[in-house]
Design a protein. Structure first.
Length: 296
């Protein structure tokens, strides 16, 4: 029999679960790792005297941030080389059915794949300071103990991170209707095998980042391509998969899901400017894709 106090605590924790998962996802760029971090926060809460917690939401947010920071530091310590330039974070998938695109575009908790890619380039302490303060309005006084710095030094971490994010995040048209039209034009060109039409829908400086994981090699392996013609040539190779893609919402933008034999084979998200695709992010890592499912 679970004590009444335990039931009440569990209920209060569940009220914060969505917020905590949002924090962890922005910190880690991984759906499964975010869920694990939130579960660890619950376990730590169970080992803590709750009588000394004045603000449960604030306490859980900083504890989740600390857990994520430890994970990021461990990643950095294990990594012999800088983050692979082909890395694509896990997208959050939401089906288009029964969704109002205009309302979806206004979601306060959305964060684009492009932003997550930039966040991966930050140092762990910078990422924590930026995510907690700029995205979730956590005061620097509360973040400082987590990174073991003064509030002033913590503020500088956020300033540096903010500058790097601003300079590196590609601009994108937020209108989902325009995104859809551009993506459908891309799909139609792929379906027709029309190379010139593919080039026309791509920005001259478009960047394609494809993450197929460490086990996939050859033409289907991870790659980074720049320029409309190289990206169009790559699109022609995989045209039948693109043409059969299913439209979906990936984080805060339109995207494609490719399903083969009932299994998710890849996700594609885009950024667009002036009605042309400026960036494409493909996740085709079969191991990571097994953990991704559409969210209602």
């Amino acid at each position: 029999m679970i004590p009444v106090e335990g039931e009440l605590l569990a209920e209060r924790f569940e009220e914060h679960r969505g917020h905590l998962k949002a924090v962890a996802y922005r910190m880690l760029g991984s759906v499964t790792e975010a869920e694990d971090a939130v579960q660890e926060a619950w376990l730590r809460l169970g080992r803590t005297d709750t009588d000394v917690i004045d603000n449960l939401g604030g306490w859980l947010t900083t504890v989740t941030g600390r857990i994520c920071l430890d994970l990021l530091r461990t990643r950095a310590a294990r990594r012999e080389q800088p983050m692979d330039e082909t890395f694509v974070p896990d997208p959050v998938i939401r089906p288009l059915s029964q969704v109002d695109p205009e309302q979806e575009a206004l979601r306060a908790d959305s964060v684009g794949v492009a932003m997550l890619v930039v966040l991966e380039t930050l140092e762990p302490d910078e990422r924590l300071a930026f995510v907690l303060h700029d995205m979730f309005a956590v005061p620097f006084d509360d973040i400082a103990p987590v990174v073991e710095r003064s509030p002033a030094a913590t503020r500088q971490l956020a300033v540096r991170a903010r500058r790097r994010v601003r300079d590196a995040t590609p601009p994108s048209d937020p209108d989902l209707g325009r995104q859809r039209r551009v993506l459908e034009a891309f799909m139609a060109a792929a379906r027709a095998g029309d190379f010139e039409a593919l080039v026309a829908v791509l920005h001259p400086d478009v960047v394609l980042r494809a993450d197929a994981g460490p086990l996939v090699q050859g033409v289907a392996g991870s790659k980074l391509l720049r320029g409309a013609k190289p990206v169009a040539e790559s699109a022609m190779l995989f045209a039948r998969f693109t043409a059969a893609g299913q439209l979906a919402l990936l984080n805060d933008s339109m995207g494609l899901l490719t399903v083969v034999d009932g299994r998710l084979a890849s996700t594609l998200s885009i950024t667009i400017t002036d009605h042309r695709i400026t960036a494409m992010y493909i996740l085709a890592d079969p191991t990571r894709l097994t953990h991704l499912t559409p969210h209602p």
